[in-house]
Design a protein around this ligand. Structure first.
Ligand SMILES: Cc1cc2nc3c(=O)[nH]c(=O)nc-3n(C[C@H](O)[C@H](O)[C@H](O)COP(=O)(O)OP(=O)(O)OC[C@H]3O[C@@H](n4cnc5c(N)ncnc54)[C@H](O)[C@@H]3O)c2cc1C
Length: 477
């Protein structure tokens, strides 16, 4: 199986077109901006070879029977999806933040598994076979795969086809006998700069009159016509600092992907205009992505709990003094975790053979994910005191002048490092996107509203209360 060194060598050999902060970057493996995101992915390869973690990070392929990395496996059973959630939590607990290319592409091809299966049965296409072949390659190569769903979307009140600038959404602009040509932009694609491959997927369900937007394919990082523009990191300057100002050796990272007439050969295309199935894809994708996301934020929350215990002690207090706050943090973490696991457990096996989480519970998880971790961050800062908040503590270079003043329950240095970690976790670039990442909470609420049996429970409540008169919805104005 691929090693961390093989992974780095592969990225080095696939020269992408990437810009960051006004600079063209040819080699992500040697540029300081990318050392943390690469380290994060590389850690997964390394830990997969450690007997303590290999049962989570590797699995047996359903397709080849060989041992493969979990992030390129099919999730055919409830246990597989629970292990996907555990993988996400593990990633956060070991790196402090999001390890996106072990996640979004993984969820994408599992969701496409079902959509392509349906298309082949109902339309006579051969997308499913193509996808199976691609997954076999991805498994054998041990790829890191990012996933782009989010289009720039333009004016939110208008449909894709109504936008003044057509390229705000990815679409098919040409069809050739052996492939398609796509153009447009995908936004905030996490892990893309350090991924081997990127899935491009429909970001919404499309109708027949917008079928050219219903496109799913996978592209290598160095494909002709792809330009990546890396995000401006939350804490750009600090991320390039040395010493304990830059406390964690890992980071997440996102990029905007401009596809300028990118030619994608048929064997890498899994949907090309079958509008009806774009909604199917979105439904499967969001159900599994959002249920397992309960694990991400819980994993980062665990590190915040640990940091809060340490800073309380470093400040000279017993962590017991902070027990109510710590317990609330634990409760927040384990709420999203258990909601997500519940959504998986209440899911079902789809006829194509992959497991799908229960949508109502998965979307409920997403709404809580958009709320509870922010409370956890606030509590972590509250325990820390002002030195854990951004801007209130000097750099490690100047710190020696004041070190003796800051020794308390620990050395001044241990206290300062812990404070910097809390800053990184709560307001720095260690922040994962749990509000809009994985989709906005209002979108999740919309699905919940559509799937919750309000009328049936209204009827039941009326029966229990012995109400025999009609209680009707007032007529629309
Ligand atoms: C850290 C992070 C990582 C991410 N990783 C990825 C990734 O790997 N791949 C990927 O594809 N995407 C990724 N995303 C993008 C994410 O999926 C989007 O941010 C999310 O779907 C919301 O889309 P948006 O940002 O365009 O916001 P918008 O859609 O503009 O939403 C902003 C607000 O407006 C509301 N709104 C939008 N349209 C309407 C409307 N028509 N009517 C009423 N209200 C509306 C929304 O509910 C929301 O409250 C990531 C985001 C973050 C923050």
């Amino acid at each position: 199986m691929r090693t961390a060194e093989d992974y780095r060598a592969a990225l080095k050999s696939k020269k992408q077109k990437l810009y960051a902060n006004g600079e063209r970057v040819d080699d992500v493996t040697s540029h300081p901006r990318y050392r943390k995101v690469l380290a994060s992915h590389a850690l997964h390869y390394t830990l997969a070879h450690n007997p303590e973690h290999s049962s989570l990070l590797t699995t047996k392929s359903y397709l080849s029977d060989k041992t493969i990395y979990r992030w390129s496996s099919l999730t055919k059973t409830m246990e597989d999806v629970i292990n996907y959630a555990r993988l996400k939590r593990f990633g956060y607990e070991n790196t402090g933040t999001c390890v996106s290319a072990t996640c979004v592409g993984f969820c994408a091809f599992n969701s496409l598994w079902h959509a392509t299966w349906k298309m082949d049965r109902e339309l006579g296409t051969n997308y499913h076979e193509r996808l199976k072949n691609y997954i076999l390659t991805a498994e054998a190569e041990g790829y890191m795969i990012a996933g782009g769903l989010t289009d720039a979307k333009g004016n939110r009140r208008l449909k894709a086809s109504e936008q003044a600038e057509k390229d705000t959404f990815i679409r098919i602009v040409d069809r050739k006998p052996d492939g398609i040509v796509v153009r447009g932009i995908k936004c905030m694609v996490a892990g893309a700069v350090a991924a081997d491959e990127i899935f491009i997927m429909p970001g919404a369900g499309y109708r027949e009159d917008e079928k050219e937007y219903a496109v799913a394919c996978v592209i290598p990082r160095n494909i002709e016509g792809l330009t990546m523009i890396e995000n401006r990191r939350v804490n750009d300057v600090r991320d390039l600092e040395d010493g304990w100002d830059n406390p964690v050796p890992y980071a997440n990272n996102a990029a905007y992907l401009i596809l300028d007439n990118v030619y994608v050969p048929n064997e890498r295309v899994f949907m090309a205009g079958e509008a009806k199935y774009s909604m199917d894809f979105i439904s499967y994708y969001t159900a599994n992505y959002r249920s397992t996301q309960g694990g991400c934020v819980a994993g980062q929350g665990s590190i915040m709990v640990g940091a809060a215990v340490n800073i309380a002690r470093a400040n000279g207090l017993s962590s017991n003094v902070m027990r109510d706050k710590l317990m609330q943090m634990v409760l927040n973490n384990e709420t999203t975790w258990s909601m997500g696991i519940g959504a998986i457990a209440m899911g079902k096996l789809l006829p194509s053979g992959v497991w799908m989480s229960d949508p109502l519970l998965a979307h409920s998880t997403k709404v809580q994910i958009a709320t509870l971790p922010y409370e956890t961050k606030r509590l972590c800062q509250e325990v820390a005191g002002g030195i854990g908040e951004t801007g209130c503590f000097p750099s490690s270079r100047d710190f020696p002048m004041m070190e003796k003043y800051f020794a308390a329950g620990s050395t001044g240095r241990a206290r300062a490092r812990t404070a910097r970690l809390i800053e990184w976790l709560t307001v720095g670039s260690g922040i994962p996107g749990c509000l809009h990442g994985g989709g906005s909470p209002d979108g999740a609420r919309l699905v919940m509203r559509g799937s919750y049996p309000f009328e049936s429970f209204a009827k039941k409540a009326a029966e229990l209360a012995g109400v025999t008169d009609e209680i009707a919805e007032p007529p629309k104005k």
